[in-house]
Design a protein. Sequence first.
Length: 279
Amino acid sequence: MYKILKKTQFSEKVFEFCVHAPRMAKKAHAGQFLMVRIDETGERVPFTFANWNPEEGWIEFIFMVVGKTTECLSKLEEGDEIRDITGPLGCPTEVEGERVAVIGGGVGLAIAYPVARTLCEQGKKVSVIMGARTKDLLILFEQFAALPLENLFITTDDGSMGEKGVVTLPLRRLCESDAIDSCFCVGPVPMMKFSTLTCREFKIPIIASLNPIMVDGTGMCGCCRVEVDGQTKFACVDGPDFDATKVDWNDLRARQAAYLTEEGQSLKAYEEANCACHR
């Protein structure tokens, strides 16, 4: 059992849990993920390490409520216990080059932060691009701002914070000014696709974290299959980081929609079973 030490709510549907997990905290690296099972009958869901402290023995992960399991998870409070947490899993993030752009979109910022922090600790010159639909969904701004960054760009779809537009706007400016040697991106699939196309135009290497498409986390379900350079890979076992220029983004986008109907049915059944009129 893993005790929730702290619960933070960033917005209506985005939460952060700080959990007591001393052995896991000693082994975690940027880019790796963990598997969570709320109780004995729950499904396993993957989340990326957002932060960890080996001395104090805690880890943090951030999630957005999008289905039944994350809805159940959001109902837990400080002091409650999670049945199972397994990790760290996946390969740690490795980015070459001394001048690196780190792009995070939406909840993907939770993955981008430890990557940016690790690159700064390695002495690299890091430029961060944060993207979200609105100011309210822009998480971890204070944490990013505290890092010794070369640049910090903020974009929102509605212009409520930073530059109005998408992450490829400041990315293109960095590429045009020859300010970066390589790039790392994580977030919604369309954002990663167009970040890749921008970097490809300037012949700048780019790594994409495909953590957002994972389901089972062990390679058994096959939901995170992705075509990379014409070969089938599994994001959870072979990744989650891949050369973004070799990913078949159109196939990946289509695969994401495979279980939308089943996920919707599961959430609806849960909501109906827990409705006040059924108690």
